[in-house]
Design a protein around this ligand. Sequence first.
Ligand SMILES: [Zn+2]
Length: 295
Amino acid sequence: MVSIFEMLDRKKVLVSDGAWGTFLVQKGLKPGECPELWNVEHPYSVADIARAYAEAGSDMVSTNSFGGTRLKLAHFGLEPRAGELNEAAARLTRETISPDKAVFASMGPTGKILMMGDVSEEDVYEAFREQALALERGGADALCVETMTALDEAAIAVRAAKQNTPLPVICTFTFDQIGEGQYRTMMGVSPADMAAEIVAAGADIIGTNCGQGPEQMVGIVEQLRAAAPDTPIMVQANAGLPVRHGDVDVFPETPERMASFVPALVKAGARIVGGCCGTTPDHIRAIAAAAKKLG
Ligand SMILES: [Zn+2]
């Protein structure tokens, strides 16, 4: 098993990977189709994504399990297969990338809002526990609770992962810019509040993903760093803010421009840098080259 902590000791900056959702669409995932079902029905296509990122220079590669909680899979009537689909997700990445690279397994939001009484805390805990265990069985080296906006849901996910597996847990939130140097999630959570609560819940690595381009991420990383100076920080920016072209969103940042923000992100406190929506293996290749220059 690969230790993310040992990797962090060895290298100043680790490179994670880029977008999976858009990549699956490119490979033929249709609107309304369950992405996680592809882990068993189109395993070669899913493995291709992991391979493309590993070849581009990712030190750690994710899994096709973002919507893998039973609460999300229920939209497709697939909740009885949560264990199978998540285990397959982790196994596909593990068997595709080289043994010295880490599998950081994706755990996305359930889509339910605890504050609104959509679901009970016990059901959310159980859904993340089941997903975490399955990802561990498939060979994950770390679990990544990502694209979170609500503190209660994210803290439950982190605890479910920490209390039921021995794996390191990463947790990243999605923030919007609400003013000069001010960031909040959709649910009103600031980077400082996120850092305090999520470290207290047991996360080993915290950070931010999605929602913003690399430029805004510098400010978010600074605020996370200030609130949790001893916790490694991960940042996965979008390729800029989407621009509408006809009926599709286009992410404007080129690989070169995204990579140009790596020094600033690292200076702000990031130890792991990758990409989110709109980023491709070319973006990761450019980010990896920039990270290498930093030693
Ligand atoms: Zn994203």
